[in-house]
Ligand binder design. Sequence first.
Ligand code: NAD
Length: 544
Amino acid sequence: MFKVLITEHIHEEGLKELYEAPDIEVILRLNMSQEELCDAVKDMDALITRSGTAVDKKLLEAGKKLKVVARVGVGVDNIDLGAASKMGIIVLNSPTGNTLAATELTMGMIFSIARKIPQANNSLLSGEWKREKFLGTQLYGKTLLIVGLGRIGSSVATRAKALGMEIFCYDPYINPKKAENLGVKRLDDLRGALSLADFVTLHVPLTHETRNMINEETLKSTKRGAYLINCARGGIVNEGACAKALKEDRLAGAAFDVHVVEPAKESSLFDPAIIEKVVVTPHIGANTREAQRAVAEIVVKNLIKALSGEPYENAVNLPYMENKMTLQEREFLSLARRMGMIAACVIKEHVDEITVAMAGPLFEEVEISLPFEVPYRYMPFTAAALKGLLEVRLGPEVNAMSAPLLAKEHGISVFESRREARTYKNVLAIEVKSQNKTFSMAGTVTEEGKKRIVGVDDYEIDFVPEGWVLLFSNHDRPGVIGKIGTLLGDYGVNIANFALGRKNGSGLAIAALQLDSSIPKEAMEKIQKDADLIWAHLINLKGE
Ligand code: NAD
């Protein structure tokens, strides 16, 4: 008999399967203090929470029999993932149950700003009868730009199509066939896409690339009188720039469910001067009874599977017992993730294929101890490379457990291979292919546990994959590096290290500059142009 403790209010129907499971005893105890929790968790096999229970190291340690912690919803900030992984405790969440809820709110937002429904409602309730004030815009025949054609973006596309809208998308990372199948025209340039759209709706995660994606500059490209909807994440739009565009009538309306600071008490969008053009809601995208039920059902289904030793989905932490890995093995995991991140920055389109090749005794000896069944059988290094590749595009929620499943969902074929080690004792290599590009990289970890990239494409190179890295290819002729150094100096960016890779007879070189800080966008554009580079990518490898 497994004992499952529920510590927060969860949609009752979503828990039905749990209550009906013959070998599970459910204990419901709400509003416990942290001490009471530590006591209650002692002989529990699993814990179900939302965001209000601090599942810290102390609590996890108190749960001597704990095998699974399940979070109903997406965010797992309240759970000490590192500690759970080290103890072999699986952490589950439910990232998918709210797609329809978020889609339907988006549609509601589109209707609301097009017809000023909230404003008309308020006007009538305040005793007015002013029909002329609420002249709206028809959706039929209008263009809709969907930025991010993932789960929610695609679902919005289907619905907007039914309204007779013409739909474009900007999402460089999807399989082009996906847009084609949805009848959505894919555009490669965000500014160009913005200039065509009557309505722009955002459905991207918040990443290094999407933060402030809609800013003063990009807003200049929007069609005059366009409408902007953000039901994705606060921070993707610069609220001040959006308010300014509304004041200047460059935007006709904006509808936001998500805000830079939440709970949002103040925002440039709350300015009374633009109140007639703005619709705001307090992050209610996932708030439908059905979504709340669905997220609970998803978590319960996987929790039962995990407890009964069957393959489960949506685990957040690493299934491999990291504490059983050697320092070198753990460093190879971190190297694999970083190599995936670099590849994601270099290949700016949909990835069709990734191959992770391992050479050396370390990869023969590594013990993959899985506490439970998982739905795939990749080496941990492959999962880590996939995590790196996908987290740059899909956001920090991607983890080593979800990455292989997301890769499958996004049509990325994954291969593993073994090779003979030559120059280095242990080497990890990845090759990433897209329609127009193949990019490969090799890396190793020194005896002292230091990560190094030792090959990029067919060039031998040697640099540490840490911090900010400017990776570029140039014509192998004098003066290039000097030019870049001067340009970086002009913008106050310090070069910490410099590595060069040359290949006899190719006339080309590859270089990696490690920098103390990021490079402003303007400087990047200048470097690329003035130093006559073939390609250049700024890569952020900060973090664990
Ligand atoms: P998803 O991972 O299925 O799709 C995200 C898409 O964005 C992917 O296709 C990806 O390729 C694309 N993308 C990533 N970086 C991009 C870039 N720089 N430019 C263009 N496209 C880019 O995610 P989803 O489930 O559809 O969720 C979309 C967003 O909605 C997320 O930010 C999520 O957090 C948010 N969300 C909000 C609510 C709410 O309550 N308002 C509810 C659910 C989800």
